[in-house]
Design a protein around this ligand. Structure first.
Ligand code: HPA
Ligand SMILES: [Zn+2]
Length: 329
């Protein structure tokens, strides 16, 4: 049995495996510019975040109907469950679909078809976090929040993703304020490729409760101290960091130093279909490459539930935490 864990940094569109991409392309009459799954896989060699994002957005063309989104989420949930994920807080990127003529209702109701049966079918509790694309305008983010208003009973929080450098968090101050007023939880990608100042800005201007990646906080000792003091969770994605060249090799990942510094780190998969592994694969990889012992792995699993947005169900959180403490390696 794998170590029980929560996954807190997972883009559902990033779980689109080549096989499903071709299946959906055939179903929807969409032509992909790749001969087969093997040819597609050879395109999975990335220079940086942008070179990944180009392919990530290109392949989304196959997602058209509610059933496509349901199939995508079901495939993810089955894989995640097999790797010990007990709870998943799932990002989605509505703007990437709205601009292709696929409506908010198609996306949210489609994902919900899978999520509403997830506990029974996969043993995984879930919630949804709607991300804004930071390389789109602030006005577009606000229009996206408006489009989501009929579906807010299905959406727990908002996030911020896509190309980071040149798009500082403060650009989205207003939409984050509006989302907070609607009772939505707030997270944002910061400090993946962008500087530590973006992490500070995400905290101070956007009021985020959790920082996605946050890797580059390590360049600013005062920021590290603050993140420790305020118990701000960081959702790290080690295999993603290697594939997108935020770190050269996994053995040089700063995760051990971050844990030693007292940061509330979690380990997640980001875009598992593209980066070579799901949540459990990321745990296995850091264990092997960084020599993490059992108590460090247990700490990472414990952190994932502590950092989760399970405040509406503390009983469940306590149950998951008890599973972590009782786990025998
Ligand atoms: O790793 C990521 N970073 C930023 N945006 C993203 N959108 C999907 N994955 C990512
Ligand atoms: Zn991400």
């Amino acid at each position: 049995m794998p170590l029980p864990k929560a996954e807190l940094h997972l883009h559902i569109e990033g779980t689109l495996e080549p096989e499903l991409a071709f299946e959906l392309a055939a179903r929807n009459g969409v032509e992909l510019p790749y001969a087969d799954t093997e040819a597609l896989r050879t395109a999975y060699r990335f220079e940086d975040l942008q070179s990944f994002l180009d392919l990530y957005y290109e392949l989304m063309a196959v997602l058209r109907t509610e059933q496509d989104f349901a199939d995508l989420a079901n495939a993810y949930l089955a894989r995640a469950a097999a790797q010990g994920v007990r709870h998943a807080e799932i990002f989605f990127d509505p703007q990437a679909h709205l601009t292709r003529g696929v409506g908010m209702g198609t996306v949210v109701e489609g994902l919900w078809r899978a999520l509403e049966h997830s506990e029974r079918e996969h043993g995984v509790s879930t919630l949804l976090i709607m991300c804004f694309l930071r390389d789109e305008s602030a006005e577009s983010a606000t229009a996206t929040l408006d489009a989501a208003k009929p579906y807010l009973d299905r959406i727990t929080g908002i996030g911020l993703d896509s190309a980071e450098v040149g798009h500082p968090p403060a650009k989205f101050r207003e939409v984050y304020e509006a989302a907070a007023a609607l009772g939505l939880r707030r997270v944002a990608h910061a400090g993946e490729e962008g500087p530590p100042e973006y992490v500070t800005e995400a905290l101070d201007v956007l009021g985020v409760e959790r920082v996605d990646h946050g890797l580059r906080c390590m360049e600013d000792p005062a920021l590290v101290q603050r993140l420790v003091r305020e118990r701000i969770p960081l959702t790290l994605c080690p295999l993603s960091n290697v594939r997108l060249r935020a770190v050269d090799v996994l053995a040089e990942h700063p995760l051990p130093a971050m844990l030693d510094a007292g940061l509330l780190c979690t380990v997640n998969s980001d875009d598992p279909a593209y980066f070579g592994g799901y949540a459990g694969d990321n745990f296995d990889a850091v264990r092997a490459a960084l020599g993490l012992g059992e108590e460090r792995l247990r700490e990472l699993a414990r952190n994932s539930f502590v950092a989760s947005f399970l405040e509406h169900d503390e009983e469940r959180r306590a149950r998951y935490l008890a599973e972590v403490e009782a786990y025998e390696f």
